[in-house]
Design a protein around this ligand. Structure first.
Ligand SMILES: Cc1cc2nc3c(=O)[nH]c(=O)nc-3n(C[C@H](O)[C@H](O)[C@H](O)COP(=O)(O)OP(=O)(O)OC[C@H]3O[C@@H](n4cnc5c(N)ncnc54)[C@H](O)[C@@H]3O)c2cc1C
Length: 458
């Protein structure tokens, strides 16, 4: 026997995207259900680097991490060149968090304020009625079949996209993730015998010998605990990052000083532009399944929170208008996201494609010659516009200094112009869903042209 439950909104998945939305809707007066297949102690359980910028909390109204959810305050990032001779210190406030403790806090607060939380509840299929998305079917604790009916179903199930992929194929909501547009990432949380100096700076190492198409990191969580890991680009035949960790990173004295492994696991990170749409009739999709992730550093928690914040606004407006179609307020999630953070994300995606084929010697040379400095790295990450020192004088100086890299330098100017162009396209994201296909074709055309110019064939 199946039990039918009626809600205004059902949020499938209570990771960073879903639980942020549950929290933000807790005082909306709407009848909301949040479901997840894990239990309390495994909420937000996806392996992660656990680093997040402080501004995300202020921008979304989510509580800053505190108490036992906060493991280390962060003052900035130290970015190392492949030889590690050059270090850029990029200042910026952030946190190293205990994901489970922070996530639990959001879900508990949402629950206390009236959101119904169903844990150990696995969504299996979607319920369609007269061609419309009407709910989801799930299996609750003990195997009970639960049918959640709602006006709006939100997919917040991470990169698996459990809801998206089950919607009718004629809906333009599911785009399979190309392997080369994903990073395979692996991390350990370890206790170290050696004390970490300046634990308030997280470390990122650019080194294609260790992390091809990605980077490796050491993020302190206090003086003796660190989150250490790496991400490599998928689909290029590179070794698995867990193997690289064992064979290469463990040779380093700073990594080898581990006395205890507290956790080790890996997962996929989408590192591309956002999905073409985050909304359709009675449907929203946020977080990793909407590819709302920074394509350069793979940070997805803050982007998921931003998407959740916009989703909350669109949902409230949809109920005010009593219109749950793609032509109504739900579409505003796309307009808010794509024209703001999404435009920046697409700009960074263009830069990511360039970086993933850039060898160590060019990275070393660009950092050594101040082509990108700490301010530029910061500005690029904030705006999605490439802030590189490309003045004529710099070019002359460099061309005189190193003939081998002229081609790469000229390419950088090209990359910068494509970043600006793609951002502009995202700012023109269509008001009307009927115009989506034409807009997608313009985006795809721009990517094709860019890849052809760079000679990228993956
Ligand atoms: C190794 C690694 C390091 C990373 N480092 C960072 C970092 O330092 N900073 C950062 O910001 N981001 C980082 N990320 C990315 C970040 O972890 C993700 O972007 C973020 O967790 C995405 O949140 P989400 O809510 O979309 O998805 P998820 O965290 O995947 O949550 C999805 C939830 O949905 C539930 N679910 C899935 N399917 C179903 C179903 N059928 N029924 C019920 N429930 C379901 C899952 O149990 C889960 O709780 C990293 C990722 C990896 C892999």
């Amino acid at each position: 026997m199946a039990r039918e439950l009626k809600y205004d909104v059902v949020i499938v998945g209570q990771g960073p995207a879903g639980s942020s939305l549950s929290y933000l809707l807790r005082k909306s007066g709407l009848k909301v259900a949040g479901i997840d297949w894990v239990d309390w102690d495994r909420l937000w359980g996806k392996p992660c680097g656990d680093a997040i910028g402080a501004h995300h909390f202020d921008e979304t109204g989510l509580p800053r991490p505190s108490g036992d959810a906060l493991m280390q305050e962060v003052k900035g990032i130290d970015l190392y060149s492949p030889s590690e001779e050059i270090r850029l210190r990029v200042k910026g406030e952030g946190y190293m968090i205990d994901r489970n403790k922070y996530g639990r806090r959001l879900v508990e607060e949402a629950y206390k304020e009236g959101v119904d939380i169903f844990l150990k509840t696995r969504m299996g299929s979607v319920v369609m009625e007269n061609g419309k998305l009407a709910g989801v079917k799930a299996s609750g604790p003990g195997g009970e079949t639960l049918i959640f009916k709602a006006k709006i179903i939100v997919d917040a199930t991470g990169s698996g996209g459990s809801v998206r992929r089950k919607l009718p194929p004629s809906w333009p909501v599911y785009e399979p993730l190309k392997k080369t547009d994903a990073s395979i990432a692996y991390r350990r949380i370890v206790e170290l015998s050696q004390e970490i100096e300046e634990p308030e700076y997280i470390r990122i190492y650019l080194n294609t010998d260790i992390a091809p198409g990605g980077y490796w990191w050491l993020f302190p969580k206090g003086r003796t605990i660190a989150n250490i890991g790496l991400g490599v680009q998928g689909g290029r035949g590179y070794p698995h990052p867990a193997r690289i960790y064992r064979e290469k990173l463990m040779k380093r004295p700073d990594v080898r000083s581990e006395v205890r492994v507290l956790s080790d696991a890996g997962a996929l990170v989408p590192t591309r532009r956002p999905a073409n749409t985050l909304a359709w009739d009675n449907f929203l999709g946020i977080g990793d399944n909407g590819y709302t992730v920074n394509p350069i550093h793979g940070g997805g928690m803050g982007y998921a929170m931003t998407a959740a914040n916009y989703a909350a606004k669109a949902i409230v407006e949809a109920f005010e208008a009593n219109d749950f179609s793609r032509k109504g307020p739900l579409w505003k999630l796309n307009l808010y996201y794509m024209r703001g953070l999404g435009a920046k994300q697409a700009g960074l995606d263009i830069f990511r494609i360039y970086l993933q084929d850039t060898p160590n010697e060019v990275i070393e040379w660009a950092l050594k010659n101040n082509i990108i400095d700490a301010r530029g790295a910061y500005e690029t990450s904030v705006t999605g516009e490439l802030e590189a020192n490309l003045s004529l004088l710099d070019k002359v100086k460099l061309i005189a200094g190193n003939l081998r890299h002229i081609g790469r330098l000229l390419e950088l100017a090209k990359v910068k112009s494509y970043m600006t162009r793609v951002k502009q396209l995202y700012k023109e994201y269509p008001e009307d869903p009927d115009q989506l296909q034409a807009w997608v074709e313009r985006v795809e055309q721009l990517y094709r042209e860019y890849k052809r110019e760079l000679g990228v064939n993956w």
